[in-house]
Design a protein around this ligand. Structure first.
Ligand code: S3P
Length: 184
């Protein structure tokens, strides 16, 4: 086992509804690594929901909080980090996360994202960009098109999540991570 590699973080990137938090918690439990979620940390540190941050201060301020958080956490070791869908919008976030982590892009079709999101979206106070969409499919699609290249170029590994239960996705990531630890 490569000792240095055992300290690495597993970082999950991808669109809302790709399953980053669910998969991240599963991986954390299986590998006995602490799970952290950047949205949860922003909510905790500001005492405000993400909806409220967007409403009161705008998206730009949320992106500032997100980047500020990454600067504070990227040096942590052996964490599973679920990131907000827009983390890739700032290349500095990605550069920092890569210093200490392996980045897995949970890649999903728009239909899969939509299906996963539909159950909770009405009561969701974490996804202001999707909440008031007239046509949710179209909104997700447009957001995805505008971001896809950034997800792809940021990722160390691309994991297809369509039609797969979250534990299978998690096991796939664990297996890649373990193989990196043993051969590098
Ligand atoms: C966002 C995704 C959300 C949250 C915020 C902005 C985005 O996180 O960070 O609403 O820009 O895609 P999830 O990806 O966990 O839904």
């Amino acid at each position: 086992m490569n000792e240095e590699f055992l300290k690495k973080n597993i970082v999950l990137i991808g669109m809302s509804g790709a399953g980053k938090s669910t998969v991240g918690k599963y991986i954390g439990q299986k590998l006995n690594m602490e799970f952290i979620d950047t949205d949860d940390m922003i909510i905790e540190s500001t005492g405000k929901t993400i909806d409220r941050i967007f409403e009161e201060h705008g998206e730009e301020f949320f992106r500032f909080l997100e980047s500020d958080l990454i600067k504070r956490i990227y040096l942590l070791e052996r964490k599973v980090i679920a990131t907000g869908g827009g983390i890739i919008l700032n290349s500095n976030n990605i550069q920092l996360l890569k210093e200490k982590g392996v980045l897995f892009f949970l890649s999903a079709k728009v239909d899969t994202l939509l299906k996963n999101l539909l159950s909770g979206l009405c009561t969701d106070d974490r996804r202001p960009l999707l909440k008031n969409a007239q046509n949710l499919h179209e909104t997700i699609r447009n957001l995805y098109i505008s971001r896809k290249n950034k997800y792809l170029s940021s990722a160390d590994y691309i994991i297809d999540v369509d039609e797969k239960p979250f534990n299978l996705v998690g096991d796939e990531i664990i297996s890649i991570f373990k193989s990196l630890s043993s051969c590098s």
